[in-house]
Design a protein around this ligand. Sequence first.
Ligand code: XMP
Length: 321
Amino acid sequence: DWTAASIVDEQVARIREQVGDRRVICALSGGVDSAVAAALVQRAVGDQLTCVFVDHGLLRQGEADQVKNEFVASTGAELVVVDEEERFLTALDGVSEPERKRKIIGREFIRTFEDVARRLNDDEPIDFLVQGTLYPDVVESGGGEGAANIKSHHNVGGLPEDLQFSLVEPLRTLFKDEVRAVGLELGLPEQIVWRQPFPGPGLAIRIIGEVTKDRLELLRTADAIAREELTAAGLDRDIWQCPVVLLADVHSVGVQGDGRTYGSPIVLRPITSEDAMTADWARVPYDVLERISTGITNACPQVNRVVLDVTSKPPATIEWE
Ligand code: XMP
C-alpha cells in the first residue's frame, strides 16, 4: 500500500542516487505532471535543478503568473522564465491550418528550450532532463501514442539528440491520482495540483483561424469568465475540461441597443471523460450556461453569440483543432 509520503521518500532517494551532485534541467508547462516532477527533483537535489518556463503567449489568463509565483513560492525552485510571445506570434502569423500551428509551436518551443539549455550548459554542464512521464504514458508508448496519429501532440518529447541529457522520470510508476497526492504532499497549491488538462499549443488551437494578439486577448477574457462560473458552480471536479473556442472567421448578425452587430461566435465545449480517449459532453446546468453566456457577451462586444458543443468523442475530438 502506498502513501504520498512514502512515494516522496522513495523517489527522493532514487533521484539523489541517479543524479548525485550533477545538474538537472526541467521544462515547466504549467501542467500538473511537469510541476510535480520538478517539485520532487527540487526536494531531492535542491538548487542543482533549474526549471525553465517558456511563455509562448498562448496561455490563459493568470497561468504564466501561477508558474512564476505560486510554483516558485511553494517549491523554492530556481526558475528561468523566457517570454517569447513575439517569437511565437511572428512564427504563427497568417497560419490557420491546425497541424501547421501545432508543428510551428512544437518547433519554436524546442528551439527556445534548446537555446536556454545551451546557455545554462555553457555556465556549468547539465547532465539530466526531468520528464513528467506517467505510468499510462509508458504503457501507451509501447505502440506509439494513439492520439498522435490524429493530432500531433506537442510535448517536450522530441528534444534533439545533440543535447544529450539522461532522463529523470520520477513519475514513471505513478497514476494521475498518485501524482496529485504527491503534489499536495510536496506543498504545491491546489490550483496547480487539480488543474484540468490544457493542450501544449494553448489557445492557438482554440482560435479557429489565424492567431492574432487581439483574438488571443478576446479568447482569454471569454475563457476566464467560463472558468470562473464553472468554478463558482462547484463543477471543476465533475468536468474533465471545458475548452472555450473562438470561431474567428465566422460572423453572424446580432443586435445590441438599436444597432446591428456582425460578430464572431464563442463555443463552449464542457466535457466529461475518464482518460480523454473518449468523452461525453457535460450536462452543465442551464443557469450556469446562462451566466457564462451573458458574462461573455457583456465583456466582449465582438462576440454576439455563445453556442454549446453537444458532440461526444468520437466522432468529434475534445479540442476543435
Ligand atoms: P483531443 O482534442 O485529441 O484531446 O480529443 C485529447 C486531450 O489531449 C489534450 N491535447 C493536448 N495536450 N498537447 C497536450 O499536451 C497537445 O498538443 C494536445 N492536444 C490536445 C486535450 O486538451 C485533451 O485533454
